[in-house]
Design a protein around this ligand. Structure first.
Ligand code: PMP
Length: 344
C-alpha cells in the first residue's frame, strides 16, 4: 500500500499498488479464503490505468511519442478514460473513436477529460470505413506523430500486468495464492498476471471469466473460432466476438461462463454485503467464484484472488438502476422471500 500521508506529484503516481481486500460475508459459506484485488483504487477508477500508462511510457522510451503528439484508441469505456487522464498529465492530444451505442454520460466524461471524441455508427461491420475501428485506423494514418493503442492486439497490454498486477498480488499474498480468478476482455489482465504468478509457482490455478454470447471459452477449449457462440449480451468489458492476441490462452487453465442476470445480482450483493461498490464485471468475477465453489473447486486452505476491474459509479444507469434491472426482467426470477432478504 502507498503511504496515505505521502504527497504525490500528480495522479499518475497513484496508478497501481491497489489494495487486496479480504471478502467476508459473501463467501461465509464457501471453502477457502478469498481476496479481492480492487482496481477502482486506481486514480482513473479501473485497471486500465495500468495499461494506458505502460503503453504510453514505452512509446516515449522508444522515441515514438513526443510532447504534443496524439494518442488514438477505439473505446468509450475504461481504457478511454485512462488514456485521456494520462494524456492530460503528459501533454498529449487524445482522440477516441467510440460507438454511437455509448451512453451520453460516458461521452461527456471523456470530453471532460480533454479527449476529442468521434462518435461512429454502431451497426456497421468492422470493415466499414465508418466503423470506429476504421475511423481510428484512418486517423492514426492521417495524424503525424500519433500512436494507436489497439489494446486487443497490443502485447504491451499483457506486459503492463506482468510488470505490475502480478508482482503486487504475489507480494500481497506472501506467495500463498492458490487460484487467480479474472475476467477476460482483451485478456491482458489475466494473461499478464498469470504469466508472472506461474513463473513464481506453476501450480497456481488460473481461471478466466467469460460471458455467454462470447467465443473466448470455446476457443480456449477447441482453438477453433465458433461463430455460433456469438450473440448479444449486456455485460461490458467481458468476453468478445473475436480472438484478441492480448490473450495468452496457454496460461489460462479453464474458463467459466456467467450470465448477465446472475452477474448483475452479484454486483449488487458485493455492495450490500462487503460495502464494495464495484462494476458489472466485478459481479461477473464474483459470480464465477460462486459457481466454482458449488462445483467443489476450492479447499479450506486455498487462497483465492479475484480481480475487481472497476468502480460501480460507471453503471448507475444499468446494474445499479432498479428501473434497468426491471426492464431486463432481472427481478422476475427473484422470489419474494429472497427479494425481501436482498432488499434492493
Ligand atoms: N472489466 C471491465 C469493466 C473492463 O473494461 C475490462 C476491459 N475490457 C475487463 C473487465 C477485462 O480486462 P482485460 O481487457 O484486461 O481482459
Amino acid at each position: 500500500m502507498k503511504h496515505r500521508n505521502q504527497v504525490f506529484d500528480n495522479v499518475l503516481d497513484l496508478i497501481g499498488k491497489t489494495p487486496l481486500i479480504k471478502l467476508n460475508k459473501i463467501v461465509s459459506n464457501f471453502k477457502g479464503n478469498f481476496y479481492a484485488k480492487v482496481e477502482c483504487f486506481n486514480p482513473g477508477h479501473s485497471s486500465k490505468d495500468r495499461i494506458a500508462l505502460h503503453i504510453i511510457e514505452q512509446a516515449e522510451k522508444q522515441g515514438i511519442l513526443k510532447p504534443g503528439d496524439t494518442i488514438i484508441e477505439t473505446t468509450s469505456g475504461n481504457t478511454g478514460f485512462s488514456i485521456a487522464m494520462v494524456s492530460i498529465i503528459k501533454g498529449y492530444q487524445c482522440i477516441l473513436a467510440v460507438s454511437s451505442k455509448s451512453s451520453p454520460d460516458k461521452i461527456d466524461m471523456l470530453k471532460t477529460m480533454g479527449a476529442k471524441v468521434y462518435v461512429c455508427p454502431a451497426h456497421v461491420a468492422a470493415e466499414d470505413p465508418r466503423s470506429y475501428y476504421e475511423v481510428a485506423k484512418r486517423l492514426h494514418q492521417e495524424t503525424k506523430g500519433s500512436i494507436y493503442i489497439n489494446q486487443y492486439f497490443n502485447e504491451l497490454n499483457i506486459d503492463a500486468h506482468y510488470k505490475s498486477t502480478g508482482p503486487e498480488i504475489w507480494k500481497q499474498t506472501e506467495g500463498k495464492i492458490t487460484h487467480l480468478v479474472a475476467c477476460s476482455g482483451t485478456g491482458g489482465t489475466i494473461s499478464g498476471t498469470a504469466k508472472y504468478l506461474k513463473e513464481q509457482n506453476p501450480n497456481i490455478k488460473v481461471i478466466g471469466v467469460d460471458a455467454f454470447g462470447s467465443v473466448i471459452k470455446k476457443y480456449h477449449e477447441t482453438r477453433e473460432f465458433d461463430e455460433k457462440e456469438i450473440y448479444p449480451y449486456r455485460i461490458e468489458g467481458l468476453g468478445k466476438n473475436l480472438i484478441p492476441t492480448a490473450t495468452n490462452f496457454d496460461l489460462i487453465d479453464e474458463f467459466v461462463k456467467v450470465t448477465d442476470e446472475e452477474s448483475a445480482h452479484t454486483a449488487r450483493e458485493l455492495a450490500s454485503t462487503e460495502g464494495m461498490f464495484v462494476g458489472y464485471t466485478s459481479g461477473a468475477a464474483m459470480q464465477a467464484i460462486k459457481q466454482l465453489d458449488e462445483q467443489g473447486e476450492f479447499k479450506a486452505t486455498d487462497n483465492v484472488v479475484v480481480i475487481f476491474p472497476d468502480h460501480g459509479s460507471r453503471y448507475m444507469s444499468k446494474v445499479f438502476s432498479d428501473k434497468w434491472m426491471q426492464e431486463q426482467g432481472f427481478f422476475d426470477s427473484v422470489n419474494e422471500a429472497s427479494a425481501q432478504k436482498i432488499q434492493y
